[in-house]
Design a protein around this ligand. Structure first.
Ligand code: SAM
Length: 290
């Protein structure tokens, strides 16, 4: 404990150079902050926060007395020129979001890109992100992954988004809200087939939980508890096993005897783990031949 305290007070002595410091903060557990982040937050002239009250809690926990101002999607356009000017004048400014790494589905992109465009030094102070926390502990293949941020809230746009990703040989990662999780899982099954997936909830918090299984199982087992809290959804890559057109034709032909093109395609996609788009095209061609 004494070592921790000494390091934390050493951290406060960091001599910050002028520039913008993109600083990651905890995603739930207040202990998940780096010494360097505390030092930068203590040593800066200003902390730009999404929500000053949220960041106040963090600052109070670590004795950070630096002035805080709000920088969020509603005032960013107005604030940015002034912030850039302060940076040009030599200010040391930390940018934080409510939780995790700024810019990752959080404000800050235009500020960082315009600061770089103006030759202002931009320094990352890396740390937690719900994305990497979920990926690191879910068991989903991490070698190649695609981060889709929040999937679109409108059903058609969401389905189109998932359909466009159906052939990607990578783990798909999304931030999701509890109220949209059910619809999202249904659309994923439609677009990708019944792949393996993981719902990572409340990471680093008391009720942290990982649910792993087929998308259909996750959907079936969804309960009210899982519909609360913060969620990262990871969908495993398509199985490498190649499914030939002939295998799809055989199954679709059988199914078309008792069901519509749409349902035959959906069931084929789910059973063989192929994209619904591919099964649908074959089902449609077979139905047209009749
Ligand atoms: N920039 C943040 C980061 O790097 O983690 C993400 C900000 S984004 C606005 C917020 C979303 O991230 C939440 O809706 C949820 O999907 C995910 N998230 C944030 N904290 C989380 C946590 N502790 N557990 C699971 N997901 C989390």
């Amino acid at each position: 404990m004494r070592v921790t305290c000494r390091l934390m007070s050493d951290a406060g002595d960091l001599d910050l150079k002028p520039g913008l410091y993109v600083t990651a903060t905890p995603i739930g557990n207040l202990g998940d902050i780096t010494y360097r982040a505390v030092a930068a937050l203590r040593g800066a002239d200003l902390i730009l926060c999404e929500d000053t009250r949220r960041t106040a809690k963090l600052c109070n926990a670590y004795g950070i007395k630096t002035r805080r101002e709000a920088y969020h999607e509603h005032n960013a356009e107005r604030m940015r020129p002034e912030i850039l000017q302060r940076l040009q004048d030599g200010a040391r400014i930390c940018l934080v979001s409510d939780a995790g790494t700024p810019l990752i589905s959080d404000p800050g992109f235009k500020l960082v890109s315009q600061a770089r465009g103006a030759n202002i030094t931009v320094t990352p102070i890396p740390g937690p992100s719900a994305l990497t926390a979920a990926l690191s502990a879910s068991g989903a293949p991490p070698d190649h992954f695609y981060f889709g941020g929040f999937a679109p809230s409108k059903a058609k746009a969401r389905r189109d988004t998932f359909a466009a990703l159906s052939d990607l040989r990578a783990t798909l990662a999304f931030f999701e809200t509890p109220s949209r999780l059910r619809d999202c899982l249904c659309d994923l099954i439609d677009a990708l087939g019944d792949r393996e997936a993981c719902i990572a909830r409340e990471l680093t918090k008391i009720h942290e939980a990982f649910s792993v299984g087929k998308l259909s199982e996750l959907l079936r087992n969804l309960n009210e508890k899982e519909l609360r809290g913060e969620i990262v959804l990871l969908v495993y890559p398509p199985e490498i096993r190649e499914v030939s057109d002939e295998m799809i034709v055989a199954l679709v032909s059988e199914l078309l005897k008792t069901m519509s093109v749409r349902n035959a395609a959906a069931q084929t996609a789910s059973q063989l783990g192929v994209a619904r788009k591919r099964a649908y095209a074959i089902a449609l061609a077979l139905a047209d031949e009749k």
